[in-house]
Design a protein. Structure first.
Length: 152
């Protein structure tokens, strides 16, 4: 059984997170991942800026940052839970981007969460080829759940 824990470290209710969790569960199912856990943590720009500065040497806020706990050397024992890591999303950046792209906060949060999820699985977008693979997987999950740019 998979376990997704959501932590909101801002002082506001974000009703979209219930659906975002379901979209992440859809991605787990699509990738045939069982018995895994990870955290989705909603923060503000200041917090994500500090994470980005401390861990990536980038002195600016970002929309999503992930900390994957698995790597090629990870040992996964039978019947043991895989702990994938943490996905941090700036709610301020998500709102800003949703407005600038002309779609809903649900679409933006879902996209950022799925983007972070695929980073936890080891996908990246450093090359055009890697980007094409990762972004196709993201879009497939969003489409499968019915979250498209056009209708949301």
């Amino acid at each position: 059984m998979n376990h997704i824990e959501i932590f909101v470290q801002v002082k506001e209710e974000i009703k979209e997170l219930e659906t975002v969790k379901k979209v992440l569960q859809c991605a787990l199912k699509k990738e045939k991942i069982e018995n895994a856990s990870f955290n989705l943590i909603i923060v503000d720009n200041q917090y994500i800026h500090e994470l980005n500065k401390t861990y990536r040497n980038m002195d600016k806020e970002t929309d999503v940052i992930t900390f994957a706990l698995e790597d090629e050397d990870s040992i996964i024992l039978p019947n043991e839970e895989r702990v994938l890591g943490d996905i941090y999303i700036s709610i301020e950046k998500a709102k800003e981007q949703a407005e600038s792209y002309g779609h809903s906060l649900l679409r933006e949060l879902s996209f950022l969460a799925i983007h972070g999820f695929y980073h936890l699985l080891g996908y990246d977008h450093q090359t055009k080829e890697e980007e094409a693979i990762m972004f196709q997987k993201q879009e497939e999950v969003l489409q499968e759940y019915g979250i498209t740019r056009e209708n949301i």
